[in-house]
Design a protein around this ligand. Structure first.
Ligand SMILES: [Zn+2]
Length: 150
């Protein structure tokens, strides 16, 4: 049972209107996910703020050149730069997750939470439990990863 990709439909065909796909989750289930997402959003926005502060403070310390209070050796410079990159990398990931969570909360409002954005099939509940903000089903996620760079 494979649904045809509407993007590949011929020119003569009328473009099908996007069907309203109902969330496969019950209200109670959605509520559990909503609470989880809201909690996670709070925790993440706190984290991102803290890490940004930390990363900024460090780069200011570097720029101040206060050698007496903070001796800088070549080795330290290297590791510190690495550490900062790492922190900034974490911020990026968490900001991405935050965005995904915002979108997931939006889908809850629309009543399409738990529906794959690509193929519009219900996303497996196991996947939703592992990644509540997942926007794609496992198949589409795999396709996206395979097709990267195309
Ligand atoms: Zn899908």
């Amino acid at each position: 049972m494979k649904k045809e990709n509407p993007k590949k439909a011929g020119n003569g065909e009328k473009k099908p209107e996007k069907p309203v796909v109902k969330s496969p989750l019950t209200k109670a289930e959605t509520e559990v996910f909503r609470k989880w997402l809201v909690d996670r959003r709070e925790a993440l926005s706190g984290n991102v703020q803290k890490m940004e502060d930390e990363a900024l403070r460090r780069s200011r310390q570097d720029a101040s050149g206060d050698l007496s209070s903070m001796p800088i050796h070549m080795a330290d410079l290297g590791s510190d730069t690495f550490d900062q990159d790492f922190t900034l990398g974490l911020i990026e990931n968490e900001e991405e997750e935050l965005e995904a969570i915002e979108e997931a909360l939006g889908r809850i409002e629309e009543g399409t939470f738990g529906v794959c954005e690509e193929c519009e099939k219900p996303i497996a509940k196991e996947r939703m439990k592992a990644i509540p903000h997942a926007a794609l089903c496992l198949d589409c996620k795999k396709k996206e990863e395979d097709g990267s760079g195309g």
